[in-house]
Design a binder for this molecule. Structure first.
Ligand code: SF4
Length: 322
């Protein structure tokens, strides 16, 4: 579940003494092996050297001390992390805006209640489709019914829900119905955008990626639905390619760090650059390095390369330390 930057957090990093948002990929382990997964997550795919419980606690304590207002846990599947609820519980009473991004396959009534007790502000679930058939074509072995049950369970205990939809050639026509369903289920935000050719998606690309004609129709429906639900469900979508978004970010780095399962810190999901390591450095050092790293010429060159050759996005996991 790659992290999606909330629109409200587009604030520039330059003048801040700490990030506004930490997006933390807790583990690369996942119970699913989705065909489009840009992280290549799956069963047995935990990253070598993932942080221990105590190391993760030390990072949390720094986030708390720096009063980072928003923290999102993703993966892989964060609920499969052996200390997931303990880590969430460390934030209790702090007022931190906690978000969890999940595939929604591991929810029961107890899980929803624990989320509420840990004061989780919102949970983002993947609901890319309105039929089990298309959902499973993208996420083999997964259950759409479980996602729907998870959303209902979370709403019952008062946890806000956001929905993510990855368009492919076999679910692209379901976007309107999926947005309606998300709203009916009580979602307050809906995220979608072009599929990214990275990770496992590279292997399945020809059978996955919608055609330009399909995208045209898809975004037409997304825009119409965004108007229809204005003020009732926030609709966020990225219609342009990654390069355009990155050009903007170079000029206006968001106040957001991405923490990898082993403690290293990435600039942004769509770039392969690592600017620090919270296992070895403190948050202040890493934050300083983050702000400088955006000006590194290698970042600009990579974006140029991406514009010339969109397949360069396949290098996202060949991490380069700046
Ligand atoms: S659920 Fe998310 S993290 Fe897991 S394999 Fe699917 S896309 Fe990847």
């Amino acid at each position: 579940m790659p992290v999606v930057l909330p629109e409200s957090l587009g604030a520039s990093a330059a003048d801040l003494s700490a990030p506004l948002y930490a997006a933390w990929q807790l583990t690369n382990e996942c119970g699913l092996s989705c065909r489009h997964c840009i992280e290549g997550s799956g069963p047995g795919r935990a990253m070598p050297g993932e942080l221990s419980r105590d190391e993760a606690f030390r990072i949390i304590d720094q986030l708390l001390a720096a009063e980072v207002p928003y923290v999102a846990f993703s993966g892989g599947e964060p609920l499969l992390h052996p200390h997931f609820f303990e880590l969430l519980g460390r934030f209790r009473g702090s007022g931190t805006g906690l978000k969890v991004e999940t595939n929604g396959q591991n929810f029961d009534a107890g899980t929803c209640e624990r989320m509420a007790k840990c004061e989780v502000k919102s949970v983002q679930l993947s609901m890319d489709g309105t039929t089990e058939e298309s959902y499973r074509a993208l996420r083999p072995g997964a259950s759409l019914a479980k996602v729907v049950d998870g959303i209902r369970g979370l709403r019952r205990v008062g946890v806000a829900v956001e929905v993510n939809f990855a368009p492919t050639r076999f679910n692209v026509g379901q976007i309107g119905a999926a947005m309606d369903r998300a709203f009916e289920l009580g979602a307050y935000a809906f995220y979608t955008g072009r599929l990214i050719r990275a990770g496992r998606a590279v292997d399945f690309w020809d059978g996955l990626a919608p055609s330009e004609a399909q995208y045209g129709e898809f975004f037409g429906i997304v825009k119409a639905k965004a108007l229809e639900y204005e003020g009732r469900m926030r609709v966020c979508y990225h219609e342009l390619g990654i390069a355009g978004e990155l050009r903007y970010r170079v000029e206006h780095p968001a106040a957001l760090i991405i923490i990898l399962p082993d403690g290293r810190v990435k600039l942004i999901n769509a770039l392969p650059f690592v600017c620090g390591d919270l296992r070895r450095q403190n948050l202040r050092e890493v934050w300083g390095a983050y702000k400088t790293a955006w000006k590194d010429l290698r970042v600009a060159r990579f974006i140029d390369e991406l514009e010339r050759d969109p397949d360069a996005v396949g290098k996202l996991h060949e991490w380069v330390a700046l």
